[in-house]
Design a protein around this ligand. Structure first.
Ligand code: PLP
Length: 445
């Protein structure tokens, strides 16, 4: 039977064949469990996971994700009268601890813990701060922008007029002069900077000042940078003029995959909180909230040293790759002030092909659009994004980045057999199985 799918139709057809041959529902369930175990054995134990939007959690955070509290229903705002359900006193305690820990971690007055992802945090922003037809400015994807703030994402669902923020393609920075000119003409209600390709701090103060005369608000979608921000190693958007900071807890923040939203202005509290409930979220996974709370406490204790090491490792990895003949963007600026670096791999076959060749050697990265890529390059862009969160949490330091760069060199420059490189990557990774910068395992040894 012909079926139309947006997902890869062949992969779904394979799944149907698996279920067909599983000998009944128990066998079907078994195949799911086996796929999860296979991923743990491969990605969890044998790979160097260098995906920038991914972070390993501490053992306690991971354990909490399977906790009993995760099967309890708790809709609504914290507190006896606010809830629809009785029996929620411990849930209220966990959730309020989470809210207060988030406020401490981000040094702000208000936080919400109920967002299952940062996409929902961004939707809450668009739900509460703008009306259909309003003008918004955000960064396009080739400069690092994210669908969250574009026509095809949450922003688009609100029927906004979305305009591009001008970038200097060489320096990968906002072109402030052009931004000032265009913002003056467009007079956007919101400027939302959400950068998935993020190497350097953004000019928050300057942009917020430019849009202030007509009451424009600056929102910082810090999905990627949230941990760096909490750890004081990047910039502090809420102190530089952003009215809202949204973030993903599963990126640099190194907690459960989750959204966070943070702000200081009391006038925003009702609109944001009521956009979250009852508009966007009902039950909100209290196991995830508990895990998020512990991750915030870990950030308070370990965040500044952990995040500083992530940045040092990116710079070291950028330099080591560049020295081996793999061009890395922003060399003249030290490659990065964040958890990621961007290589231009066009000469090695482009981001899609290179990412899959590296994955065959257990080096996990992702293809990335970079300046110069056009709409036609969307599926096969020139760039490769490489992140240092997980290798840092495994306890690796700057000197270790040369070893990782050697693996890249063998695959891309020396064109070695990926099976041979994979064996050496496994030999490097298998002794490294503990994540540090947390209360379970402490500091790296
Ligand atoms: C990853 C990302 C998101 C989405 O975050 P989720 O937590 O996965 O929903 C939003 N905005 C930006 C800029 C991102 O990079």
């Amino acid at each position: 039977m012909a079926q139309f799918e947006v997902h890869d139709a062949d992969v779904l057809a394979q799944a149907r064949a698996i279920l067909e041959n599983a000998g009944g529902p128990a066998g079907m369930a078994q195949r799911v469990v086996e796929a999860v175990a296979a991923n743990e054995e491969w990605r969890g134990k044998r790979c160097l996971n260098l995906l920038a939007p991914e972070a390993p959690t501490s053992p306690t955070v991971r354990r909490l994700l399977a906790a009993e509290i995760g099967i309890r229903a708790a809709e609504g705002h914290i507190g006896r009268v606010n809830r629809w359900f009785a029996g929620t006193q411990y849930i209220d305690e966990v959730e309020s601890l989470c809210v207060e820990l988030l406020k401490k971690a981000f040094r702000c007055h208000y936080a919400d813990h109920r967002l299952m992802g940062s996409m929902l945090g961004n939707l809450a922003v668009y739900h509460s701060l703008v009306q259909p037809g309003d003008a918004v400015m955000s960064a396009a994807q080739p400069y690092g922008g994210h669908s969250s703030n574009r026509q095809d994402g949450p922003a688009g669902t609100r029927g906004l007029q979305i305009h591009d923020i001008a970038f200097d393609p060489q320096r990968l920075e906002v072109d402030l002069d052009r931004f000032a000119e265009e913002a003056q003409r467009i007079q956007p209600k919101l400027v939302v900077m959400g950068m998935s390709m993020t190497l350097f701090p953004l000019p928050v103060r300057q942009m917020a000042e430019i849009i202030a005369p007509w009451g424009g608000k600056f929102v910082y979608d810090g999905a990627h940078q949230a941990g760096l921000i909490a750890g004081g190693q990047f910039q502090d958007p809420l102190r530089e003029g952003a009215v809202i900071l949204t973030g993903s807890a599963g990126k640099t923040f190194s907690g459960p995959q989750s959204g966070m939203i943070l702000w200081n202005d009391p006038a925003l509290t009702v609109p944001i909180t009521e956009a979250i409930f009852p508009a966007l979220v009902a039950t909100h996974q209290v196991n995830r909230v508990a895990a998020l709370a512990v991750a915030a406490a870990e950030m308070l204790e370990f965040g500044s040293v952990y995040m500083a090491q992530i940045v040092k490792n990116s710079k070291a990895l950028g330099k080591a790759l560049d020295e081996r003949g793999i061009p890395v963007l922003a060399a003249e600026r030290g490659y990065s002030e964040s958890h990621q670096i961007i290589a231009n791999v066009r000469r090695f076959g482009g981001g899609l092909d290179v990412a899959h060749r590296l994955a065959a050697a257990n080096l996990i990265t992702n293809k990335n659009l970079i300046p110069g890529d056009t709409a036609a390059d969307w599926d096969r862009p020139s760039g490769l994004r490489i992140g240092t969160i997980e290798v840092t949490r495994l306890g690796l330091m700057e000197a270790d980045m040369a070893r990782i760069a050697d693996f890249f060199q063998r695959v891309l420059i020396d064109k070695k057999d990926t099976d041979a490189v994979r064996k050496d990557v496994e030999a490097f990774r298998l002794p490294l199985q503990d994540f540090y910068y947390n209360f379970d395992n402490g500091w790296p040894r």
